[in-house]
Design a protein around this ligand. Structure first.
Ligand SMILES: O=C(O)CCC(=O)C(=O)O
Length: 359
């Protein structure tokens, strides 16, 4: 009996030690995964310096997690901002519920969207206060800024009455920034409870890590015999290439079956589109707002550019919100549009659109 006691005590303490080690190891591994995802930077180099002529800023990999006072703030679904940021970085998209977005604004925009001609309207925020209020909703703008460690400001709204059935694409093919690429994000707000048969937004978790997905990145310009900007043809080839890649990699779709007032926030390179509308009687009222993030000095359209050949088509109609005048800029977004200026565009280059010249 006396000999058994130390043996039992030893066994119990070894067991406890093993359990403790297991927990410490699990926490360590979770923490490592958390850090890995939060520190990863999906916009680091994909192209060579020679190809880009030194236009892109590569020195921005962070070593330390940034601690923000917003980390523990919760969205109106009760999720902490930090956990949502983790999901966003890992998957490229996340569902968010703003606490500052009122039912009244959502209902007003829903009514406008219900009644608009043609079922699709771009940039209604220029003329309609409710559409604008939704685009500059305090929590949404703050959250998008928070997940990117930047200020966010809207540059385009799209309202849809029904499912778009738009083919899968990423936004970076249309909008991009310089000198740092990918300072862009979007929020898709449900203006009603989304029905699975109404053609919900479809997206491919993790696809934002596959690269920039623009024409140059995919080698499409090189594939075409003529390097002229045959946009329509290029776009069809792009869409096919995206479809083929999804199939080849076996990427699994997710659907944004959101409740009214929730939004789906996605990253510049996330592959997404409109899924099939199975019931044509159903509406799918939504507003997409595209946001730039502060820090860019020029904006360009990858779809109409061949950067590896030094041909870049710049985008001119952009409000130049900066980190220091961000709040003021949001409140006066239309003035910011008027004062637009493209600070670091090299206007001597023949392909720079003349419209972009600083007035
Ligand atoms: O709402 C949709 O079905 C697609 C919207 C979209 O792809 C976009 O705005 O970039």
């Amino acid at each position: 009996m006396y000999q058994l006691k130390p043996f039992l005590l030893g066994a119990i303490s070894s067991g406890m030690l093993l359990t403790l080690s297991y927990y410490v190891f699990t926490i360590y591994e979770e923490n490592k995964e958390y850090r890995r995802v939060l520190l990863s930077d999906e916009s680091v180099d994909h192209w060579s310096d020679e190809a880009l002529g030194g236009r892109f800023d590569r020195n921005r990999k962070r070593r330390h997690l940034k601690v923000s006072p917003l980390d523990n703030k919760k969205d109106c679904n009760g999720q902490t901002y930090l956990s949502l940021k983790y999901k966003y970085k890992k998957d490229g998209g996340v569902t968010f519920k703003s606490c500052s977005l009122s039912d009244k604004v959502v209902d007003e925009v829903s009514a406008i969207t219900e009644n608009m001609k043609g079922g699709r309207a771009q940039d209604m925020y220029h003329g309609d206060d409710n559409v604008l209020n939704l685009a500059i909703d305090r929590d949404t703008v703050e959250f998008i800024g928070y997940i990117h460690d930047r200020g966010a400001f809207p540059f385009q709204t799209l309202n849809f009455r029904v499912g778009t059935q738009q083919k899968t694409h990423s936004d970076i093919v249309h909008f991009d920034t310089l000198p740092e690429r990918g300072l862009m994000s979007a929020a898709w707000v449900a203006l009603e409870d989304i029905h699975p048969d109404s053609g919900p937004l479809v997206w491919f978790p993790g696809s934002h890590k596959l690269g920039y997905w623009d024409f140059d990145e995919l080698g499409l310009r090189i594939e075409l015999s003529s390097l002229e900007l045959t946009m329509v043809k290029d776009y069809e080839i792009y869409e096919r290439k995206v479809e083929e890649t999804i199939e080849k990699l076996g990427l699994k779709p997710s659907y944004a079956i959101l409740k009214k007032g929730e939004s789906f926030i996605w990253s510049h390179s996330l592959l997404h589109g409109g899924s099939a509308v199975n019931n044509k009687q159903l509406t799918r009222k939504s507003q997409v707002t595209h946001y730039y993030l502060t820090g860019a000095t020029a904006y360009w359209q990858p779809r109409n550019s061949i950067p590896s050949l030094g041909k870049i088509t710049y985008k001119c109609e952009v409000p130049t919100c900066t980190e220091s005048d961000h709040t003021n800029c949001l409140e006066n977004i239309h003035d910011a549009f008027k004062k637009r200026k493209m600070m670091s565009v090299d206007f001597n280059l023949p392909w720079v659109n003349a419209m972009c010249k600083v007035k």
